[in-house]
Design a protein around this ligand. Structure first.
Ligand code: C2E
Ligand code: MG
Ligand code: MG
Ligand code: MG
Length: 291
């Protein structure tokens, strides 16, 4: 993480520039400056939650939204989560930031439901440190009570790597969440080199196949076989499957042919501001997934 490239992501043609720097450790002055301003980002209201629709292939409906954090820095423009989430993680800021994301996302979902839109699942990412904080269950329960959102409409995403690091701990926390009625999704599945037979010990609802697989789906036959095997296994374990990072119609065709349930990707929608996401939901939710 410390060596991650620093860059400013592009965002719908706004104030963009990019630069890369390598060997970013704790001593890198740019990162230190960035970390300092991250401390104030929440109170200065520079953080925003964007929403990316998840679409059910069989019907074309939007059945969920993933909350994705954005940081609109006053001088640097839009800073990508791959840059500042690791900073937030190292500095401990992730706890307060993560709580804010969870509250914002749950409250947005409740707003959509109260506007009479068909119920959606809101998926919120949890970093390793968030997942390991002792008060996680308490915080989730508080936020659900505060926002009035029913637990079944919240899905928490942890990466495969986070999940398998300490399976006993993971199982205990996930069981607590399951008892509350919250759904659990394994993010970036396939990158953690675990096996589904280990994950089946956990109370899960959904697997998200990492986008690196989807990107090679139509160019590498071996990857296509792996994805097909994952879909089959997930089904036999009673898990729903989401393919993330779907960009091409050919990828969708293949996923359809192997009966993958859900898709997420630029082919359908990029992550959207709350305002734009609301427009999309209100404009009717059927995507043309049949070609
Ligand atoms: P993730 O949870 O795996 O999210 C999926 C990432 O793929 C998002 O990047 C999304 O914008 C991007 N994506 C979606 N569709 C496509 C596509 O068709 N093609 C490509 N190339 N990319 C696509 P984003 O928003 O930059 O987030 C990156 C990562 O940062 C997330 O990966 C997640 O691990 C983390 N993250 C984002 N928001 C939060 C948050 O609120 N809390 C925590 N703890 N982590 C977050
Ligand atoms: Mg995710
Ligand atoms: Mg992912
Ligand atoms: Mg990720």
């Amino acid at each position: 993480n410390a060596d991650a490239a620093l860059y400013y992501a592009k965002d719908e043609g706004r104030n963009n520039y990019q630069f890369y720097t390598t060997t970013l450790g704790a001593k890198n002055p740019e990162l230190l400056t960035l970390e300092k301003s991250l401390r104030y980002a929440l109170e200065r209201q520079e953080l925003m939650v964007y929403y990316q629709p998840r679409i059910k292939i069989a019907t074309g409906e939007i059945t969920g939204m993933e909350a994705l954090l954005r940081w609109q820095h006053p001088e640097m423009g839009l800073v990508a989560p791959n840059v500042f989430i690791p900073l937030a993680e190292q500095s401990g800021l992730i706890i307060s930031i993560g709580e804010w994301v969870l509250r914002t996302a749950c409250s947005q979902n409740q707003i959509w439901q109260q506007a009479g839109l068909p119920p959606l699942t809101i998926a919120v990412n949890l970093s390793p440190k968030q997942f390991r904080q002792p008060k996680l269950l308490e915080t989730v329960a508080e936020i659900l009570a505060e926002t009035g959102l029913e637990a079944q409409f919240l899905e928490l995403e942890i990466t495969e790597t986070t999940a398998i690091e300490d399976l006993d701990f993971t199982r205990t926390v996930l069981q607590g969440l399951q008892e509350m009625g919250v759904h659990i999704s394994i993010d970036d599945f396939g990158t953690g080199h675990s096996s589904l037979s280990r994950l089946q010990l956990l109370p899960l609802h959904n697997l998200k196949i990492d986008k690196s697989f989807i990107q090679e789906l139509t160019t590498d036959i071996k990857v296509a076989h792996i994805v097909k095997a994952i879909v089959t296994l997930a089904r036999s374990l009673g898990l729903r499957l989401t393919a993330e990072g779907v960009e091409k119609p050919e990828e969708l065709d293949f996923l359809k042919s192997i009966h993958c349930e859900d898709v997420q990707g630029f082919l359908f929608h990029k992550p959207l501001s709350a305002e734009k996401a609301t427009e999309v939901l209100k404009s009717g939710r059927i995507m043309s997934v049949q070609r």
